[in-house]
Design a protein around this ligand. Sequence first.
Ligand SMILES: [Zn+2]
Length: 137
Amino acid sequence: MAVDRNDLPTSENEWRVRLAPEEFRVLRQAGTERPWSGEYVETKTPGIYHCRACGVELFASDTKFDSHCGWPSFDQALPGAIRYVEDRSLGMVRTEVRCANCDSHLGHRFEGEGYTPRDMRYCINSVSLRLEPGEPA
Ligand SMILES: [Zn+2]
């Protein structure tokens, strides 16, 4: 279920009530789940991955690939689903990936690693996603 932008929480306190503690820490405080701990790291089930916070569609299962990095990895996002933010934490410049609808933190995007022909890796926290099984769009 997608949540209308008007129904989104307007404060971090509202998010805190709506989300589980680990979801809140990752989605709203840009946390990172421990590698290999997430429920979707090795999932091959066909379907669409939705934003755990607001429910919009973010990634199709046919763009998911095995990166062996410990987090679910995709080489493409659904059109318009993502907002990109420069992240200069940890002494590096990385591209942070957020949900374009609710601005929740999803993970980071890396380029030029050569994993797939698209040469992109969206490294996403499982706890930021919810898989809806079915045929990919
Ligand atoms: Zn969202």
